[in-house]
Design a protein around this ligand. Structure first.
Ligand code: FAS
Ligand code: PHB
Length: 389
């Protein structure tokens, strides 16, 4: 078998890349380890930057987002009994769209099925070969049979634990990052949100986040110690802890309901450099991870795909190599800016077990700075709505 671009991973990065390449007439095959229902069952990101929403519209995949997504002009921070609204529209001239990653994945899966482009679900033991030469190939096991597909380029959109970064030459690959001593326990419930906008709350018991998926479906998170297991948390225990961390008026508006999904996400900051190794490219979580406090993970993945798809189209269609030669540096510039913002928001809003009294006072002072300075709030707003592509 042969294709022009082999894509590993059918999460949002892989599906969006396949979508854009197919619309450009470039043949591509996606190889996904899990089945489609497992991919759709994951509850992940909820906030789209304005630039990401524009990307989806530009590539004809934004109709349901525009019909069902919730535009948000701001969000709030709660801190030591005080509350501060960050006016995104007024401070940064842009909004964000609340539209679940699951829905984007569903829209992309439907578009791909309609296009007839090939996706192999249940592809086991995917391996990449020859990417340092000019004839790369990908192999996998399907129904016990080893398959092989030759290609011109391989794009690893296979997440943090994927085979793409693991295949990169150790002598070239540089990895940076840290794990945080806590995670996020998240629940999804069919109940109206506690508020019409998102609320990020810092409390001495730990961080909490009130988010949503629609006017009737809410998404809540509480910070939990690393290693915590979702099965150790009943719904009642979760909502009791959530309410203890929220301002009283918000806590009263939280409507407990049976959890449709409950999971713990470990938090880490991570960047792999470079994002290109010969004819192998990394995109999305395969190359970088941010703590979800800044709502950047999915948006970075879509931004990588924007740069990578433009580069591959220019190379394959016009023989122009400047895009693929510049992909890694261009994507990483945006990645590092989001990494810093996500790391800073995580530091400000979470309780760290080994925090000193001085560090706590520095956080109090940073919140006071946000209250006192429009410029400080504008800088936060600019980062939250996202850097221009
Ligand atoms: P993904 O991990 O989504 O997709 C990679 C795909 O590759 C998967 O389908 C996987 O099955 C497949 N794959 C892996 N290895 C493979 C192999 N060897 N062969 C074939 N296929 C393989 N971001 C936010 O903004 N807000 C959040 O609240 C948030 N919560 C998150 C919670 C969790 C538990 C995780 C892990 C991430 C969360 N993120 C969040 C970040 C998340 O949204 C990612 O940024 C987003 O899924 C990135 O998309 P992809 O790069 O496509 O990676
Ligand atoms: C979500 O709704 O899942 C969500 C929203 C904002 C974040 C993280 C997660 O920063």
């Amino acid at each position: 078998m042969r294709t022009q671009v082999a894509i590993i991973g059918a999460g949002p990065a892989g599906l969006f890349l396949g979508h854009v390449l197919t619309r450009a007439g470039i043949d591509n095959v996606i190889l996904e380890r899990r089945d489609a229902s497992r991919v759709l069952a994951r509850i992940r990101a909820g906030v789209l930057e304005a630039g990401s929403a524009d990307l989806l519209r530009k590539h004809g995949i934004g109709a349901r987002m525009d019909a069902e997504g919730l535009p948000h002009d701001g969000f709030s921070l709660a801190f030591g009994g005080r509350r501060l609204r960050v006016d995104l529209r007024g401070l940064a001239g842009a909004s964000v769209v609340v539209y679940g990653q699951t829905e984007i994945t569903r829209d992309l899966m439907e578009a791909r099925a309609a296009s007839g482009a090939r996706t192999v679900y249940g592809a086991e033991d995917v391996a990449i070969e020859g990417f340092e030469g000019d004839a790369p190939a990908v192999t996998w096991r399907e129904g016990g049979v080893v398959r092989r597909i030759g290609c011109d380029y391989v794009c690893a959109c296979d997440g943090f634990h994927g085979v793409g970064r693991a295949s990169a030459p150790r002598a070239t690959l540089r990895e940076h990052g840290r794990a945080y001593p806590f995670g996020w326990l998240g629940v999804l419930v069919d109940a109206p949100p506690a508020d019409h906008e998102l609320l990020y709350a810092r409390h001495e018991r730990g961080f909490a986040l009130c988010s949503m998926r629609s006017a009737t479906r809410s998404r809540y998170y509480v910070q939990v110690p690393e290693g915590e297991r979702a099965q150790d948390w009943s719904d009642a225990r979760f909502f009791d802890e959530l309410r203890r961390r929220l301002p009283d008026d918000v806590a009263e508006r939280v409507t407990p309901a049976p959890s449709l999904e409950k999971s713990v996400a470990p938090l880490r900051s991570f960047v792999a450099e470079p994002m290109r190794f010969g004819r192998l490219f990394l995109a999305g979580d395969a190359a970088h991870i941010v703590p979800p406090t800044g709502a950047k993970g999915l948006n970075l993945a879509l931004g990588d795909v924007h740069y990578l798809s433009e580069a591959l189209i220019a190379r394959i269609r016009d023989g122009d190599e400047t895009g693929i030669d510049g992909y890694s540096a261009k994507a990483l510039a945006r990645v590092w800016r989001a990494e810093r913002f996500s790391w800073r928001m995580t530091g400000l809003m979470h309780e760290f077990p080994d925090e000193t009294p001085f560090e706590r006072r520095m956080k109090d002072a940073e919140f006071a700075e946000l209250e006192a300075s429009r410029a400080a709030r504008a800088a936060l707003a600019e980062n939250y709505v996202g850097a221009p592509l």
